[in-house]
Design a protein around this ligand. Sequence first.
Ligand code: PGA
Length: 268
Amino acid sequence: MIINGGEGLLSKRKPIVGISMKMYQNIPEEAEKYVSAIKDSFDKEDIDIFIFPSIGTLYPIAKMLNGSKLKVGAQNIAPVSNGAFTGELSIETVKSIGGQYIEIGHFERRSIFKESDDIIASKVRLTLESGLTPVLCIGEPEKWADSSKIKHYLTQQLSNGLEEIEKERISEVILAYEPVWAIGAQESAQPDYINNNLNIIREIIGINFSPSAAEKIRIIYGGSVSNENVEKIASFDNVDGVFVGRFGHNPANFISIVETVGKLKVTN
Ligand code: PGA
């Protein structure tokens, strides 16, 4: 989709591909081996790439990636920068070690750790205020045939998660559309289903924020993305990239997923 960059310039959204290690590759040497195998493979400038290492390997990986095209971030942060929050990760730490992105509201955080919409909204605000980029995860819990039901659900999630931010900063947020039923599944959601729901999300952003925000905001798809399905998913203009899980654990597969998105979306 071509958008008006604000000063009469036509600009396209910059594609973005990320991977979360969740709680895999927990031994620093193992994570370092993975990152060494991928980090020098990305030569295109016009694509953002990030990795969210497992929490205990975040520091060594951030050190390794200092100055790299592969950016680093955290899978979660506490809702405030510091204080009596036993066991939590502070955004101050993430920022000071060079982290740039924060994943917020992943389904596993919402379901296993009972993260509420209020907490998620605070984390999105804190991330923007700290100068980092929030990657806000949203997605319906079941495969619903009725798209008005999906729209209703996503409207709620978006208005709750984005409640605390200044309206004009919306396009700094990255949305990760991850239908819950497609996470950890055999197959991703169907590409046209993804495209329809990304249309719905842009429509919601258009109504709640502005039509230009709806065109500017970057939305990536996550949920069983693989080397095999990425091309079909990313060929829709609405899809600005993908958020990879298990099927990127093989370094060659992750590199290939990034290359496929690059071929489809980057012209240089
Ligand atoms: P998956 O994970 O690709 O392993 O389904 C994706 C995610 O949870 O973001």
